[in-house]
Design a protein around this ligand. Structure first.
Ligand SMILES: [Zn+2]
Length: 397
C-alpha cells in the first residue's frame, strides 16, 4: 500500500499560511482558538505563531483572562505594516486609488474622474498611482498593485479585454504601466469588480459564511455578476463566466452594445432606470447616474412614478434571477453594486417574483439579499484581499 505524505517543509509552509490567514480573518483570535479550529498540535501552533511574530506578520494584542482558570488569553493580530498594496477601483464615472494593508484595512487616497479616452485616463491614473508608489514613508512596503475593472479582464495577460461602458478594448494594462513607469517592479493584478465584491462578501459577511453556491448580481451602469460554485468563484474558459447582464430576456428586445438583443442589463441597469424616470418626470438632480439613482430611491417614498419604475425593475430583476436560480441552484442570490441601495420593500417584491417563477425546489431554502458593503467599499476590499492573498502565497515559506 502506498502512503502519500507531504514533506514536512511544505506541510509547515501550508500550516503557517493557514494560521496567518486565520489571524487575518479573525483578528483577536487566541492560540487556543487556532488549535480548536485547525486541530493542529498546540506546540506546533505556538511555534508557528512565534515565527510569524518574529517575522513581523503578526503581533500580540490585548492580554485578558481565558475561560480556563489560571490561563492568560493573548489575542493575535495581523501587522498592518507587514505589507501594503496600491489598490484601485476603476468606475465608469469615477476612479478611486488608495492603499490596502495586511490587516484588511484600506484607505481611498485619490478620486479622479474616469475619462473614456484611455490615454487621458491613464495619464491621470498613472500619475496618482506613481505618487503613492514613490512616497517616502511607503518605500519598500508596497508589494503589489491590484485593480478592479468594470469589464472583462484576462488575468494571465494582465489586460482589460473589454470595458463596454467606456469603449475600451484590448488594453494591456500591466504592460502599459511597466512601460510608462520603469521603476515599478511589483506584480500587477486585475480583476472584475463583481468577482472582487463577491470575494469581499465571502470574507466578511457572516450571513453567507457557510455557503458554497451563490450568485452575485452587480447592478450598476450595465449589469455584471459573479458565480460561486462549490466554494470557488467560477471563472470559465476565458474569464467571462458570470456576465449575467448579457443573458437575453427578450429574444427581440432592444439591441445591446454586446451585439445581442434584449439583454438583461437593457432592463435593469441604473442608467436605464434613471432615463425611464426622466422621460416621464423630467430631470432628477445629480451629476451622474449613481447620484440620480439614489435620489430616485429617496423620492420613491412619495413619488408614484418612481415607485412604478422600481417595481417594474424588480419584475425584470426577478425574471433574470429566476433563470439563474434554475440553472445554478444557489443557496443565495446577492444584489450588489448600486443594487445595494434598493429598499427592503422592493427586495420583498423581487423575492415574490422569483418564487413565482423559479422551480419550487430551487427556491425552498434560497436566500435573496442585498450586499452588506457598498460598491466602492466591496471592490477596494476585494482588491486588498486579492493583493494580500497573492503576496502571502509567495512570502510565507
Ligand atoms: Zn448584451
Amino acid at each position: 500500500m502506498e502512503i502519500k505524505t507531504m514533506n514536512s517543509e511544505s506541510m509547515g509552509r501550508s500550516n503557517r499560511l493557514t494560521i496567518l490567514n486565520l489571524i487575518r480573518k479573525y483578528p483577536g483570535i487566541s492560540r487556543r482558538e487556532i488549535v480548536d479550529m485547525t486541530g493542529l498540535n498546540p506546540s506546533t501552533v505556538t511555534n508557528i505563531v512565534f515565527d510569524l511574530i518574529e517575522r513581523k506578520f503578526v503581533q500580540e494584542g490585548e492580554k485578558g483572562f481565558s475561560d480556563k482558570p489560571g490561563k492568560r488569553r493573548v489575542s493575535l493580530l495581523p501587522s498592518k505594516e507587514a505589507a501594503t498594496a496600491i489598490i484601485a477601483k476603476i468606475g465608469i464615472e469615477n476612479t478611486q486609488i488608495g492603499l490596502g494593508y495586511l490587516d484588511n484595512f484600506f484607505e481611498s487616497v485619490y478620486e479622479i474622474k474616469t475619462s473614456s479616452n484611455f490615454d487621458e485616463f491613464f495619464d491621470d491614473f498613472g500619475e496618482k498611482m506613481h505618487t503613492l508608489y514613490k512616497k517616502e514613508s511607503l518605500r519598500s512596503k508596497i508589494m503589489s498593485l491590484a485593480i478592479s475593472v468594470p469589464g472583462i479582464v484576462n488575468r494571465n495577460t494582465i489586460s482589460m479585454e473589454i470595458v463596454p461602458h467606456l469603449g475600451w478594448s484590448k488594453i494591456e494594462m500591466g504592460k502599459r504601466i511597466k512601460e510608462r513607469f520603469r521603476d515599478i517592479d511589483i506584480p500587477i493584478y486585475l480583476e472584475n469588480e463583481a468577482k472582487l465584491s463577491l470575494m469581499a462578501e465571502m470574507y466578511f459577511n457572516e450571513e453567507i459564511d457557510d455557503f458554497k453556491d451563490g450568485i452575485y448580481v452587480y447592478v450598476s451602469q450595465g449589469v455584471g455578476g459573479a458565480l460561486l460554485i462549490n466554494g470557488q468563484i467560477f471563472l470559465g474558459a476565458s474569464f467571462t463566466a458570470g456576465e449575467v447582464g448579457h443573458m437575453s430576456i427578450y429574444a427581440d428586445g432592444p439591441k445591446c452594445h454586446c451585439g445581442n438583443s434584449g439583454c438583461w442589463e437593457e432592463y435593469i441597469s441604473i442608467d436605464t432606470i434613471v432615463k425611464k424616470y426622466e422621460e416621464i418626470n423630467g430631470k432628477i438632480e445629480g451629476t451622474n447616474f449613481k447620484e440620480k439613482f439614489e435620489k430616485m430611491i429617496s423620492k420613491s417614498e412619495k413619488d408614484k412614478v418612481a415607485q412604478d419604475i422600481l417595481n417594474e425593475m424588480m419584475h425584470y430583476l426577478g425574471v433574470g434571477v429566476a433563470n439563474l436560480v434554475n440553472i445554478i441552484n444557489p443557496q443565495f442570490v446577492m444584489i450588489g453594486g448600486m443594487g445595494e441601495k434598493i429598499p427592503n420593500a422592493y427586495i420583498q417584491t423581487l423575492k415574490a417574483e422569483v418564487k413565482e417563477r423559479a422551480l419550487e425546489s430551487a427556491t425552498k431554502d434560497l436566500l435573496i439579499m442585498t450586499s452588506s458593503m457598498d460598491m466602492i467599499q466591496s471592490a477596494l476590499e476585494g482588491c486588498t484581499l486579492m493583493a494580500m492573498d497573492e503576496f502571502l502565497k509567495e512570502a510565507i515559506s
